[in-house]
Ligand binder design. Sequence first.
Ligand code: ZN
Length: 349
Amino acid sequence: MKRSNTRDISSFFTKKPTTENASQVQTSEENPIPEINITRAPQPSAQGSSPSVTIPPPVVDIVKLSHDPGKRKKLIDFHPNERDLVRRMYIQRGPCQPVDHVFPKTLFGTKERRFNVKWFDSSWGPWLEYSVFKDAVFCFICYLFKAENTAGGDAFVSEGFKAWNRIETIGDHVGKHTSSHNNAVIAMELFTKQKGSIVTALSKQTDEIMSAYRKRLEASITAIRWLLLQGLPFRGHDESENSMNRGNFISLLALLSEHDPEYSKVVLKMAPGNCQLISPIVQKDIINACAKETTKAILEELNGGFFAILADESADISDKEQMALCLRYVNVRSEFNDHQKLDSTDQDC
Ligand SMILES: [Zn+2]
């Protein structure tokens, strides 16, 4: 084929300077090409050089939270970020009131007394709890909302109350309107009303938007990874909604959404007009991220070992120069790898 400009393969490379021949470095300003940085894989960095990672607070295991008040962990012993979650869980379960339990008798003087299940139906019902484990009563509301270091009602939170011969003490637990129990009741009412507040609604909406965005991004990345692996073009000549062929990328995205109900709720027509994640800019961003991740994976596999690069170029039918690079190395598993990367010298791939 007739060539419009004749250049030999060496014109595409810049010799790398060494200590011996640094003064003999040749450059090719006429045909500059991006420098290839794959020379030696980076060695493991020293400890402490890695970026700092924020460790998220531990996530409470809701299933393991005991319903029996005698076995519960104190609320203050939970991580501050978990306490509201624990409160919500216990409010949803309600106070521990085992009505079918055979309550054991305890001897007080000459009389045997025990917990009376009817107390659950009395005015104490909203807060009274019984622990089968300790055979004692507790206060549900004080456990969840009693302010720290406030006096009164501690027996109903920590050890439980089991002096069945002094049931008036149970009634006294509520106390006056400024008692720690009543303050806890107010705190609980405010907490439960909080669910409907504007802040909570906005926070919930933000979480939903974030979740949908992540799912939409995942769909775009999945489609792009597949097209990259197959070496297929992305764009179509007509990507409008009425087009018969919207191109590989959008068509593949539509196919993914047809077979995945979660994708179908968030991609293409279901996405906000300004955040569909299908624009050429977004596609190129994701492609560049894939290229960086691939290079990183190759460098990790190289692990500082030897490698070879083969390069060849030729002109395509439109007389544009195309160059192929082949990287060969043996990884730690003694497998031979032959990665190829096609680069254009004077046009985009
Ligand atoms: Zn109480």
